[in-house]
Design a protein around this ligand. Structure first.
Ligand code: PMP
Length: 354
């Protein structure tokens, strides 16, 4: 830390992204990326002719991409906001809709960035505890007069709330924004997008990083009432109007054109997830019944941190969280069948040694 950093950031605890070690080739099951490449349409779109246009700024309005997303989900393009990864939408939303006066509420076990943005923007936030079984208690979010932020399915548990429960939360908080982060919804969760037509306080956030195999392109989008979208635009045009680069815009459009490819890839991941749950049970693991592209699992034979470390020594990366409420678990991203079989093979070996 330099002596120049201003006081309010000195105690800020920044988000720690999943590790990306370069010392060897790992089976990488730690950051919930897709194990599959983007569709052919995306790959072909990033041509050298397009690369040679990088001297020009991208379209700040992202019109074509917004139109395509709007059409796919049955909205108007004014209902769509696009961003440099969905993290940017979360950041803009905390800036736009949360403060010391207008507090926020989110689960105590959820995506770690909610707390970081809460701290960064000096928000009065509350972290509602999950129930014993790691599900969200809907009652904690009714009539709260705070901006509500919920990942559905939640991370790192993978557990979902029903659309019915989301509607209860949205309808009981008409004077607050309810942000539903659907980063993992394409792997079997139920989207609450239809509720956007009924409630002007609901903002649904999505990402291309998981189900659309484009974590490296950094693209996210949100769907909400035109007024909410214009609030996000106000922040975007006050920070970074060209937030999405030319190549990502092209890739984002091509991915929508190839939607069937991604639907198939998601089904494959769901199949591998269900297979992996069975294999984990056979190995004596307990897991939460994930609707996402990861499984949150623990074994009574080995602690979470120990298991994570031993896997890493054997070339397999998973994610471990040190929070004491969940430190006996590891979060395992669902990879290809081959990657998962490597994980199970290494796990068998590790369990024999403990
Ligand atoms: N929301 C949740 C729940 C996530 O797990 C992630 C990925 N780490 C994100 C949002 C952000 O994803 P991205 O910025 O890659 O779109």
């Amino acid at each position: 830390m330099s002596k120049f950093l201003i006081d309010k950031y000195r105690s800020l605890e920044a988000y720690t992204p999943g590790e990306q070690p370069k010392d060897m080739q790992y089976v990488k099951l730690n950051t919930n990326e897709s194990p599959f490449p983007p569709s052919c349409g995306v790959i072909e779109k990033i041509s050298s002719a397009e690369i040679s246009k990088l001297n020009l700024y991208p379209d700040p309005e992202c019109r074509e991409l917004k139109n395509k997303i709007a059409q796919l989900y049955g909205f108007e393009s004014d209902n769509v906001f696009v961003s440099n990864g969905s993290d940017e939408i979360l950041s803009f939303s905390f800036m736009a809709f949360c403060s010391e006066e207008k507090g926020a509420i989110f689960p105590n076990i959820s995506y770690g960035f909610y707390k970081v943005y809460g701290d960064l923007y000096a928000v009065d936030y509350k972290r509602a505890p999950l129930k014993e079984d790691f599900t969200i208690d809907v009652n904690d979010y009714l009539n709260v007069n705070r901006t509500v932020v919920i990942a559905n399915p939640n991370a790192p548990t993978g557990l979902s709330l029903s659309v019915n429960d989301i509607e209860k939360i949205v309808s009981s908080n008409r004077d607050s924004v309810v942000l539903i982060d659907e980063a993992y919804v394409d792997f079997g969760g139920q989207t609450c997008l239809p509720l956007v037509k009924k409630y002007d306080n609901l903002l649904v956030v999505r990402t291309y990083s998981k189900s659309r195999s484009m974590a490296g392109a950094r693209l996210g989008f949100a769907i909400g009432s035109k007024d909410l979208i214009s609030d996000l635009d106000r922040i975007k045009y006050s920070t970074n109007p060209y937030n999405i680069n030319r190549l990502t815009l092209l890739a984002g459009c091509a991915a929508i054109d190839d939607n069937d490819y991604y639907i198939n890839r998601c089904s494959q991941i769901v199949e591998i997830r269900e297979y992996s749950k069975k294999r984990l049970s056979q190995l004596g693991f307990e897991y939460l019944d994930s609707d996402s592209n990861f499984i949150f699992a623990r074994s009574d034979k080995i602690g979470g941190e120990d298991y994570y470390k031993k896997l890493k020594e054997n070339g397999v990366l998973v994610r471990h969280f040190s929070d004491e409420k969940i430190n006996d678990f590891v979060r395992i991203t669902v990879g290809t069948k081959e990657q998962m079989d490597t994980l199970f093979c290494v796990t068998e070996k590790i369990l024999k040694e403990v």
